[in-house]
Ligand binder design. Structure first.
Ligand SMILES: Nc1nc2c(ncn2[C@@H]2O[C@H](COP(=O)(O)OP(=O)(O)OP(=O)(O)O)[C@@H](O)[C@H]2O)c(=O)[nH]1
Length: 431
């Protein structure tokens, strides 16, 4: 098995500069075979990269010492000219070296995790940061990557370990008749962690939406102008529009960035009673997707929503469509055709989603939430046992241990091999 892994770390394709990365014991010595000796760690020097006496490119070499790199191993970065030919030549030459092999997707990050440079939550944050398309996604991901959630989880663990050790001290020294009652301090510790966990769990739903995008569904009767509105909001012809009622059958999805929030707009089939089997399926799907969405825009002829068999929820928006030809004077008037009211609609969607997003804290994934919910459950049980008195101290301590174990799972302090394969499978090469 080769000691040194390598990969193109920057994107494929023509660019000013491309970056290749090598990691592993002997990476510096290996690269010296091509650029000449005398590299130190850390180092930054401009070198000629040669193979078999032939000049390939003039490159910038950066070296990082073991323990002071992203992976925790000896690392070399080659900044070369970003042409397909240069990159291919370098990859081919490195691939021919007996001690080097191409990295698997995410393998550099996997090494960082294995060497303790990042914990599991930070790895997820990093993956999200690489995938981030909007400002809100970037903020959330960079927080998680730099350890905001890990720090919280570690703080809770510390408090619970303290609570357990207090309880266990009373068990171990029960015969010595310790006079102090530890339960007030234990309860305070449990209550503080419980409060934090509850607010973090509440915020995780919003954070998940920021990460995956909020869904906003446009619903209404056939022909009210839903597809035309979607196209106006998206700024392109994403959905087919026509004067024939029942044109849209499937759910059309368009990704948008609304003021830093990732949003998936859904155009759905017009809702009506119909004997057409295909349209019927479309109507069923429309209701289902609209009900599951984070927000609904009810597009109507005159502000009335009867016949849709759906009731708007608190933040949902009811608008009057085709305002350019509508006689209605009340309400939010919108025309996908003339553009009237579109900015106002975006503003309302933005404010409503921003309110939802404001709950977000740092936990971003269902996995985090499940771990925190399990921990919370153990704390609730443990708290009740502490109140039951010293006779059940051992069970109380065991419950708190269980709570700590659940938190350990969140930051990957336990056996998480299955999880790792799943997480790293989604990484791009060179990261
Ligand atoms: N005057 C005017 N006509 C519009 C407006 N929006 C849509 N229309 C017209 O109304 C007809 C239906 O528009 P669509 O956007 O396809 O309506 P829809 O609600 O998606 O229809 P279904 O797919 O049947 O549910 C088309 O002929 C559009 O050109 C508008 O704001 N003003």
């Amino acid at each position: 098995m080769s000691d040194v892994i390598f990969a193109l770390a920057s994107a494929k394709g023509r660019a000013g500069v491309a970056v290749l990365r090598l990691s592993g014991r002997g990476a510096v010595a290996l690269i010296e075979e091509y650029v000449g000796t005398g590299l130190t760690t850390p180092d930054r020097s401009l070198r000629k990269f040669k193979s078999g006496g032939e000049l390939i490119d003039e490159v910038l070499i950066l070296t990082f010492a073991k323990g002071a790199s992203f992976t925790g191993e000896e690392v070399v970065e080659i900044h070369c000219h970003g042409s397909t030919a240069v990159v291919s030549a370098l990859l081919r030459i490195l691939g021919d070296h007996p001690n080097a092999r191409m990295a698997e997707p995410g393998e550099f990050t996997r090494k960082a995790l294995e060497n303790g440079c990042l914990d599991l939550v930070q790895v997820e944050g990093l993956a999200d940061l690489i995938d981030a398309e909007t400002e809100a996604q970037r903020k959330l991901a960079s927080n998680v990557m730099t350890g905001a959630l890990s720090d919280k989880v570690n703080g809770w663990r510390r408090d619970l370990i303290r609570a357990v050790s207090l309880i266990e001290a009373t068990i171990d020294f029960a015969d010595e008749d310790i006079p102090t009652d530890v339960s007030p301090e234990v309860l305070t510790l449990i209550d503080n962690v419980t409060r934090d966990l509850e607010s973090e769990i509440k915020g995780s739903f919003a954070a998940e939406r920021i990460r995956d995008g909020f869904e906003v569904a446009i619903v209404g009767k056939p022909n009210v102008g839903k597809s035309t509105l979607l196209n106006a909001l998206a700024g392109r012809e994403a959905a087919i529009t026509s004067e024939i009622a029942g044109t849209t059958r499937d759910v059309i999805e368009v990704r948008m960035d609304i003021n830093g929030l990732a949003v998936t707009l859904l155009d759905t089939a017009g809702i009506r009673e119909t004997d057409n089997q295909i349209e019927k399926l479309g109507v069923g799907l429309a209701r289902q997707r609209a009900e599951a969405a984070d927000l609904r825009v009810f597009l109507t002829e005159n502000g009335e929503i009867e016949g849709l068999k759906m009731t708007p929820l608190v933040d949902d928006i009811v608008a009057i469509g085709k305002s350019d030809i509508s006689a209605s004077s009340e309400g939010l008037k919108i025309s996908g055709k003339s553009g009237q009211g579109i900015d106002k609609l975006i503003e309302i969607i933005d404010s409503s989603l921003s309110n939802k997003a404001a709950f977000a804290q740092t936990a971003t994934r269902e996995r985090h939430r499940i771990g925190m919910e399990q921990a919370l459950h153990s704390l609730n049980t443990g708290r009740a046992l502490v109140l039951d008195g010293p006779e059940v101290s051992e069970i109380a301590a065991a419950e708190l241990h269980q709570g700590i174990a659940s938190l350990n799972g969140v930051i990957g302090k336990v056996d998480v091999e299955d999880l790792l394969d799943e997480i790293f499978a989604s990484f791009c090469l060179g990261k």
